[in-house]
Each structure stands twice: as C-alpha cells, then as structure tokens.
Design a protein around this ligand. Structure first.
Ligand SMILES: [Fe+2]
Length: 279
C-alpha cells in the first residue's frame, strides 16, 4: 500500500504570501505532483497546520487547492489551525464524541489513527484526558497493526525553540500507547518543518518538511526564537508491506535532470561517468 504524508501547508489566502512564499500555490503544485506521480496512492494524510492563521479565507484557499487532488485526503489540525473554521469549510471532517478532530479507520495494512493535539491559544501540543480516553478505547478495540499520526512530536529533537512547543502530555500519551507498542508500525508527524527520522521508545517515526517555510537545523539556538529558512518543500511517500514501512522524502519541486547512472552499452563506465554533463 502506498500513501502520502503531507504536512504544514500553512495556507493564508488565495494569493497571499507568507515569509516570501505563496503557500496556496505551493499546495497546488504538491497536489499536481501527487496526481501525476502518485495517483495510485491509497490516500493522503495531511498532519496539520493546514492554514497559518486559521481564517475562513485561508480554509477556502486551502480547499480550492486540494479540490484538484484525485486521491482521497484526510485532514488533521495543528497549532496554527482553528477547529471551528476548519469544520465550517469541511463539515464532513470526522470528530470524536467530544468534538476533537480525531478519527480511526481501517486500511489494507492496518488501523490508521489520526489524533488532535491542538491546544487553543498555544503553539505547544496538548493531549488531554478526554482525547487520551478516546485513544485508549480505540486501541483496545483493535488488535492489528496501527499507524499513528500526530501533529506535535511527543519528544525533543534538539532544536530548543521547537522542543519548547512539543506535545506537553508525552508521558500520558506513552502510558496509553505502551501496551500496544508492539503493533504500532510507525508514527508520522509534522510541526517541525524538517525531515526527521528515528525512534521514540521503540516506535519508529518520520516527519516531513512543510510546504512553505522550514525550520533551520540550529542545535544551539535560542529557546525563545524559531529560526526559519527556505529549504525546499517535500512530502512523504510511504510504502507499506507486511514486514516493512518505507518512507521516501520527495522534493517534488526538484527539476534536476534524470539520467542513467549505468553507462550505455559499449561505453566505458569510467569515461561515461567522468565525462557526464547535464543536458
Ligand atoms: Fe507548522
């Protein structure tokens, strides 16, 4: 099964710019790339920060951009989103019984659990007792493989200003996950605007870059100030088999030439490689 992990689209308006970029236009470009290159994907999961300021116009621009997507899409909220404005534009977005933007659904390879870590009025993440109860119940009612999606990471990554706004209820989350850890196949999240891969207490994870602006790799930074940059955007292409989860990071705006690494028949490989010039 193939699916797409897209995150932190930060749309502000149909033609509005943010830190020099045009998030709606970049989302349209990502949508075109997915349709063309990965139209066979099972679904697209967008792990939050759909908009930058959460206004209705931003959700309208976001909706316009993703309306061209030919693959089913699932939306999550991040710290930059406004839940009610999201529901106003996307009234069919599933909610849990307490109104949080959480849902779980079966796929060919296991249960996908999409969580809501939004803390109103804060950029940090929250996973309160009500949300934890929903997650505990969802996990207890299932027995197969689980794929977990969060906006906020439940651990520090070494970038002080981002670590300050990680998921604040990480220990409580871990307590709920722990009995099911053996069947949690991977954790996908956003928020960090960086490509990041690793393992949290035995759970493998990956994070993708955002579409508009990124967070600089600054491991000695000021905890009060997030340093941004304009590294290229990317989305994740996840390939799931019975025994593997592979996540490719796709720099979909890259336009460099594709060329064979192996020399044409009858050509000396060394001469071919050393003499190669881009067209
Ligand atoms: Fe973000």
């Amino acid at each position: 099964m193939k699916f797409i992990h897209l995150t932190d689209t930060h749309v502000v308006g149909a033609d509005a710019r943010l830190y020099g970029g045009n998030p709606a236009a970049m989302l349209s470009r990502a949508v075109a790339s997915i349709n063309t290159e990965h139209g066979d994907a099972d679904r697209v999961i967008i792990t939050g920060d759909l908009t930058h300021w959460g206004e209705p116009e931003a959700y309208e621009a976001f909706a316009q951009a993703i309306s061209a997507l030919t693959v089913p899409v699932h939306l999550m909220v991040g710290n930059h989103d406004a839940t009610e404005a999201l529901f106003a534009r996307f009234p069919d977005t599933p909610r849990d019984p307490n109104g949080f933007v959480q849902t779980a659904f079966e796929t060919d390879e296991g249960l996908f659990i999409l969580t809501d870590t939004h803390m109103p009025g804060s950029h940090a993440g929250q996973y309160c007792a009500k949300r934890l109860a929903w997650l505990r119940n969802t996990l207890e009612q299932s027995c197969g493989p689980v794929f977990l999606f969060l906006h906020h990471p439940p651990f520090k990554v070494g970038i002080a200003a981002m670590d300050a706004i990680m998921l604040q209820d990480a220990e409580a989350l871990h307590t709920v996950l722990a009995p099911h850890k053996h069947r949690i196949r991977h954790l996908f999240f956003g928020h960090l605007h960086r490509a990041l891969f690793g393992n949290w207490r035995g759970i493998s994870f990956s994070c993708m870059r955002g579409l508009n602006h990124q967070v600089a790799l600054d491991l000695n930074g000021d905890p009060q100030s997030i340093q941004g940059n304009t590294e290229v955007p990317a989305y994740g292409v996840a390939l799931v088999e019975r025994d593997t989860v592979v996540v490719h990071m796709h720099d979909f705006t890259d336009s460099s030439q594709h060329f064979p690494l192996n020399a044409p028949q009858g050509t000396d490989p060394r001469t071919y490689a050393l003499g190669f010039k881009e067209a």
